[in-house]
Design a protein around this ligand. Structure first.
Ligand SMILES: C[S@@+](CC[C@H](N)C(=O)[O-])C[C@H]1O[C@@H](n2cnc3c(N)ncnc32)[C@H](O)[C@@H]1O
Length: 397
């Protein structure tokens, strides 16, 4: 992580700029929890059109400046230039710096690897969609994509080496009908239109016997799967875990819609790495297929992450809740507050919010009482939308 340690000095004047790096404001930590804490700062920067924050805090008798984790962006040279620009404007006496010979990590860029935002705003297809959750080595997904060229596949994985391996195979085998996304499958369905999907494969998911809340299957997941499946579309579980099988059949049989079919030791056209291993050990393999029977309503994409009121910043931060607010399916926690001292009624509020399994941390930027999400709105998941509504309620009080 690039950082510079320098002898403590007065802060730089704002606004300032050097070498295309513009410093917009400096915000100072505000002790809203009344716990003893050292003062630190967030320095707002624009470099090559990209906006982010630097963290400036005491280190022993000195200062250390580095990228703020929440707003950090790539390439790392943007951060490196901003750090160097700050200490140069400050004419600071540098004690340590690792910002000169940084190795720029090569990012995987691939036409079929998509960011989640692509599915929020750009993804459109006339083809049938099929989704594989946790494709692992990708054997099943590659086989399906080759045998069904008219289907648009989406592969979901959270393990990056598996993603890289699949992307390599797509290229080698010249497969063009798979999109890959590094995102938690439990939350992905929210971005897919209703009644569009022919099949969802969940093969050998991690059983999470000790942490059942991490399982892919839950009432919410199955309901979302049924919404995106078209009539006759299927959600297909294949597992070697008796416990997971029992758990899923219980979730599925409590549903008001859909039909389930169960099989034991059925052979498929392609066998995954895990499957080979379990078969060698003589384990049973269970298949549970849920078929969708209903046409579902389209989801309401009418969300709005704006704040349509102004606040009195200094009054608000005195009354803001310091404890997490936990509601049904979402939460909000105020992490830190910073005040912008040379600007009226302005500051930053750092919050973590949304879904318990995939919370998002954002800064709210308040400028002259007007509020917006710094670096843009959160993803429009239902838990983020609900958390935003609650946040509006809290801040408008
Ligand atoms: C046991 S492996 C099975 C891989 C493959 N389906 C097979 O049959 O060989 C489970 C895979 O699911 C992925 N995974 C676990 N939780 C996930 C989640 N919430 N979203 C997407 N992928 C997930 C893991 O990274 C892992 O690659």
């Amino acid at each position: 992580m690039p950082h510079i340690v320098f002898e403590r000095k007065e802060l730089i004047n704002i606004p300032s700029n050097l070498d295309d790096v513009e410093f917009k404001f400096i915000a100072k930590s505000y002790n809203f929890t009344q716990k003893e804490r050292k003062t630190e700062y967030r320095v707002a920067v624009i470099n090559q059109g990209k906006e982010f924050l630097l963290s400036l805090k005491p280190k022993d008798e000195n200062f250390m400046i580095k990228a703020d984790k929440v707003t950090r962006l790539s390439p790392v040279t943007l951060v490196k230039n901003a750090l160097n620009a700050y200490v140069n404007i400050n004419e600071a006496n540098v004690l340590f710096s690792n910002t000169n010979n940084l190795q720029v990590k090569k990012e995987t860029k691939h036409e079929y690897l998509k960011d989640i935002n692509y599915f929020v705003s750009d993804f459109k297809t006339d083809k049938e969609i099929q989704i594989e959750i946790g494709f692992g080595s990708g054997r099943h997904l590659l086989h399906q994509a080759k045998t069904n060229p008219d289907v648009q596949f989406i592969g979901l994985e959270i393990h990056y080496p598996s993603i890289e391996q699949l992307l390599k195979q797509l290229e080698l085998q010249n497969i063009t009908n798979v999109l890959v996304v590094n995102y938690d499958a439990r939350l992905f369905m929210e971005f897919i239109e209703s009644n569009k999907v022919g099949k969802i494969f969940v093969h050998f998911p991690v059983p999470w016997d000790k942490k059942p809340h991490r399982r892919i299957y839950s009432n919410e997941f199955v309901n979302e799967a049924l919404r995106v499946l078209k009539i006759g579309g299927t959600l297909e579980l294949r597992t070697d875990s008796r416990k997971y099988f029992d758990f899923c059949t219980q979730v599925l049989t409590n549903l008001p819609k859909g039909r389930i079919t169960i099989d034991i030791n059925k052979d498929l056209a392609v066998s995954s790495k895990y499957e080979d291993r379990w078969k060698k050990q003589g384990k049973n393999i269970y298949d549970v297929v849920l078929e969708a029977w209903n046409e579902d309503e389209n989801i309401n994409l009418d969300y709005d992450f704006s704040f349509d009121f102004k606040i009195d910043f200094y009054k608000t931060i005195k009354t803001i809740p310091t404890k997490s607010l936990i509601e049904n399916g979402y939460f909000i926690h105020v992490e830190e507050i910073y005040t912008i001292e040379n600007k009226d009624n302005s500051g930053l509020i750092k919050i973590t919010m949304g879904n318990f399994d995939r919370p998002v941390t954002k800064y709210l930027l308040v400028e002259n009482g007007e509020i917006k999400y710094y670096q843009g709105d959160p993803l429009p998941t239902s838990s983020n939308i609900n958390a935003h509504k609650k946040l509006k309620e809290i801040l408008s009080k």
